[in-house]
Write a protein that binds this ligand. Structure first.
Ligand SMILES: C[S@@+](CC[C@H](N)C(=O)[O-])C[C@H]1O[C@@H](n2cnc3c(N)ncnc32)[C@H](O)[C@@H]1O
Length: 222
């Protein structure tokens, strides 16, 4: 791949699983699919986007693979025109609610790589309720902070409690520098909100308490 990937895309690409067929839903530029095809992670990939203009960018990037029949483009909402037999689906850079409606209205593939922009706890809960084992679930920084989740149907499940659902399993069990930096920033944001409010705001106080607990757990031995 000639283009240097942003850190966000590099992290996403590093988590793309091997599968016979792959679908990149809301592919836009198509970099994830290019990576998967170049690395031989799939035999065939479907690129899809609700916007014909966005899809056109991916069609251009992947023209060689499209000509070989290794990539096929479909302009559609969510999974509408994706064969339900695909082994893995990537949905990245969309809101969590949007991702969930795509999955609810479509189908649940064996492997899912998701990068929700908001509402990640709802995405985690949905996956666990629907028989997925969440195998990777962490926050990383590329200018902004991003959450990424990789889940497989029927894999070896890790035990999620309420805190893991809220903050992400890997973040709590194997905290990264990026995650701890976000914890510090979120603590400062909560304090500023409470100061501005000048009164008790229970939801913010509870979040501040949970964040402080995570910080204390990870600074205890320093
Ligand atoms: C912010 S871009 C993310 C592109 C790429 N997945 C990434 O992570 O870099 C979101 C893309 O999703 C597409 N999109 C939004 N809602 C969609 C839906 N319901 N079905 C398919 N594509 C959708 C948009 O047109 C846009 O190209």
């Amino acid at each position: 791949m000639k283009t240097k990937l942003t850190r966000r895309l590099a992290v996403l690409c590093s988590l793309i699983p091997a599968a016979d067929t792959l679908a990149d839903v809301g592919c836009d530029h198509g970099y994830c699919t290019l990576y998967a095809l170049e690395k031989g992670l799939c035999r065939k990939a479907y690129i899809s986007d609700i916007s014909a203009l966005s899809l056109h960018k991916a069609e251009k990037l992947l023209s060689r693979y499209m000509a070989e029949g290794k990539a096929e483009s479909v302009c559609c909402a969510g999974l509408e025109k994706i064969p339900p037999s695909v082994g893995a689906v990537i949905i990245a850079g969309m809101g969590g609610e949007e991702i969930l409606s795509i999955l609810r209205e479509g189908f649940l593939p064996p492997k899912l790589l998701l990068q929700p922009m908001q509402n990640t706890p709802k995405v985690r809960a949905f996956l666990l309720e629907n028989g997925y084992a969440i195998e990777r679930d962490f926050t990383f920084r590329d200018g902004k902070y991003y959450d990424v989740i990789y889940a497989e149907k029927g894999g070896a499940a890790r035990k999620y409690d309420a805190r893991s659902l809220e903050f992400g399993y890997d973040n709590l069990h194997f905290p990264s520098e990026d995650f701890m930096r976000k914890v510090e920033e979120d603590i400062a944001k909560c304090r500023a909100r409470l100061e501005r409010a000048g009164k008790s705001v229970p939801a913010v106080e509870e979040r501040l308490r949970a964040l402080t607990e995570i910080r204390n757990e990870n600074t205890r031995d320093i």
